[in-house]
Design a protein. Structure first.
Length: 652
């Protein structure tokens, strides 16, 4: 997980030597050392050495540096700025399978730094060295030994967005236990504070401050009265201003806080065409608030239907519905302890009749959605868990069906550079894949054969879903990538990074992106394609603060932008694509917002090559006649035909 102190210079802190599947990664390039014939002779001599492996104690000096405030991509708990790593070229990295784990394999992986003992390194990995023979290829002299916990880095440049400001630490209280929640100063200022301290500074003192607003428990579209009452229940008219004026002032003020380099990039970005009308505001429930434990992790809401909307409140998973019914606790994790801390939820996922929550220490809680009300959830923890790792935060999870058993699988993206696969049926981890740096997000293709993997490395990796082996490396971003999704047509892939860029890829041609666009203002933290059968295809992009964009996924030239005030804790769409839920964690004006599909009356008439005319929905992910046989489509033919019909004036 890319932290505000991204790509720090001290990357030798993560010691996985206690991990039975750990294999030293390949070295960096362009080192001053050479691999000589003498070194090769030492390798051959070491192969015949029968001494027992060295103990963990020989590396105690290394463990002393293994602290949680490591700036190298992990969660950082310090206010001190760290040095930025220099850019390095990357070669292809083969992956080796050992007991279900996949790690980079290269002959020079076994070479240590000049300060380390070559014999000790070879003894420590004696089992892996059995694969070395006299037929090994000649090692280029440009390759050099490095520390054993450095992976071959992907091409890298200095970060742009999150390294500017110090960390703003928040202590999240949980009874007698305290867990450090990580914030950053790049976040937008709360709207009440912004209005009272920035806007009122330029206005007369008689203007009413934005404090103590008494909002109803639910706000519907019928309650909206322009500036007198917006969808967050704010009356701007009695404050002698308009929402548009506040938005313009806030956009200019927050834009001025961007890093200079990022402002220079966005200066040349043309304004987006906010001309679409895919969704309409339906309701906001003000009594349900999702809590964000880490400013970069914004997947804290999941909807399996309009009747089942789940969100996290740090130590609990709550359930409500689209009407804002009182919340019920689905999973109470406040008494679950891991490494001395309560279970703090960092990400949430639901689907395939499964609800799962991931935590700060690699723990997870799993429950079946078809189980009886009082069924106990299952607690587990990631495999290969090492106390020496920098961080085990679960950054993201997504559910999909196994190609072989058709049972639900969960892909865990973790801060310890691994992507793990959990079989929900047996509660067993079946695979563990190692990548160069922290894995922030992933998405599996609809056929289950491929997976897109993104992380603190700048490249987007297209991998074999069953082996973890990357076969395509895509470049479009200049900073850590935090969001991705794979469309239901199996062709389109979207990725979003901290440089505020969003890239669209075509699986039929990975050579270059179909489109690169930019967010409205803040960092895009969540991406979600509309489901098949949900109507005109769209891509939903949720920014860290204030904006959710509904992008036309046919042309990627236009969008519909919803602007509000507050941090986005997550987004999700119902399986039929008819409702979009947005969790807003603004302290005074937050809640859960629902937007519903609209524009169903725009039926398309298309002329075929034989001059016949027929009606169709060409903008969905597949033709309408093919949807009846697709198990992912939750709406039947007749229901799809009735969508958008206004029945509000019919008396029953």
């Amino acid at each position: 997980m890319a932290s505000p102190l991204l790509y720090g210079a001290d990357d030798d802190m993560d010691d996985d030597s206690t991990d039975p599947t750990y294999i030293p990664p390949p070295p960096a390039l362009s080192s001053p050392y050479d691999v000589s014939a003498t070194a090769a002779a030492h390798i051959l001599a070491a192969l015949s050495d029968s001494r027992p492996p060295t103990s963990q104690g020989e590396h105690d000096g290394h463990d002393a540096h293994d602290v949680d405030d490591d700036p190298a991509g992990g969660i950082a708990l310090t206010d001190d700025h760290q040095a930025i790593m220099t850019a390095q070229d990357a070669d292809h990295v083969d992956l080796l399978s050992v007991d279900g784990a996949y790690a980079p394999l290269n002959l020079t992986s076994w070479l240590m730094t000049a300060e380390a003992s070559l014999h000790d390194a070879l003894d420590q990995h004696a089992a892996a060295l059995e694969s070395l023979t006299m037929a090994q290829p000649t090692i280029p002299s440009s390759l050099a030994p490095v520390a054993p916990d450095q992976l071959l880095p992907l091409p890298n440049i200095a970060p742009t967005w999150s390294s500017l400001h110090d960390l703003d630490l928040e202590i999240l209280s949980a009874g007698d236990d305290y867990y450090p929640g990580v914030e950053n100063k790049d976040k937008f200022v709360d709207i009440s504070r912004f209005f009272n301290q920035v806007v009122l500074h330029d206005k007369d003192t008689t203007t009413m401050p934005l404090d103590g607003v008494d909002r109803p428990s639910s706000i519907t579209r019928h309650d909206l009265r322009g500036d007198a009452f917006d969808m967050q229940g704010i009356d701007w008219s009695i404050r002698n201003t308009t929402k548009a004026a506040i938005r313009a002032k806030r956009t200019a003020w927050e834009g001025s806080r961007m890093p200079v380099r990022l402002r220079a990039v966005r200066k040349n970005v043309p304004p987006s065409l906010n001309t679409e009308d895919f969704f309409a505001f339906r309701r906001m429930t003000t009594r349900h608030h999702a809590q964000i434990p880490h400013f970069q992790l914004r997947n804290l809401i999941a909807a399996t239907s309009r009747n089942d909307v789940f969100y996290s409140t740090l130590h609990q998973v709550k359930r409500t519905d689209a009407l804002g019914s009182p919340a019920t606790t689905t999973m109470d994790l406040s008494k679950e302890i891991s490494d001395g801390y309560h279970f703090s939820i960092t990400t949430l996922a639901a689907g395939h009749d499964v609800l799962i929550a991931g935590g700060f220490e690699g723990e997870y809680a799993l429950t079946g959605l078809s189980a009886s009300y009082d069924t106990k959830y299952t607690i587990g923890r990631i495999t290969h868990h090492s106390r020496n790792a920098k961080s085990h935060i679960t950054n993201h999870m997504h559910l999909y069906s196994s190609r072989h058993t058709y049972t639900p699988q969960v892909a865990f993206c973790s801060n310890d550079d691994r992507l793990r696969i959990l079989d929900c049926e047996t509660n067993t981890f079946t695979h563990s894949f190692v990548y160069p740096e922290a894995v922030n997000c992933s998405a599996t293709s609809p056929d289950g054969r491929m997976r897109v993997v993104v992380g603190d490395f700048l490249e987007t990796l297209i991998t074999n879903a069953e082996t973890g082996q990357p076969f395509e490396t895509l470049s479009a971003h200049t900073d850590g990538v935090f969001a991705c999704d794979w469309a239901d047509d199996g062709i389109q892939v979207a990725t979003a990074a901290q440089d505020t860029s969003i890239a669209i890829w075509d699986a039929r041609n990975w050579s270059e992106p179909l489109k690169v666009m930019y967010s409205e203002l803040s960092v895009p933290r969540c991406l979600k394609f509309s489901p098949v059968g949900g109507g005109p295809r769209v891509l939903v992009s949720a920014e860290a603060d204030d904006f959710v964009s509904i992008i036309n996924a046919q042309t990627y030239e236009s969008r519909q932008v919803f602007d509000f005030f507050g941090r986005t804790a997550g987004i999700d769409m119902t399986p039929d694509g008819q409702s979009l839920f947005v969790a807003n964690s603004e302290p005074s004006f937050g809640g859960i917002m629902e937007f519903e599909r609209c524009g169903w009356g725009e039926d398309k008439t298309v002329r075929r090559f034989d001059d016949d005319y027929y009606h169709t929905s060409p903008s969905d992910w597949m033709a309408d006649e093919d949807m009846d046989t697709d198990s992912r489509v939750t709406c039947g033919w007749r229901e799809r035909q009735r969508r958008g019909v206004d029945l509000s004036h019919i008396a029953v």
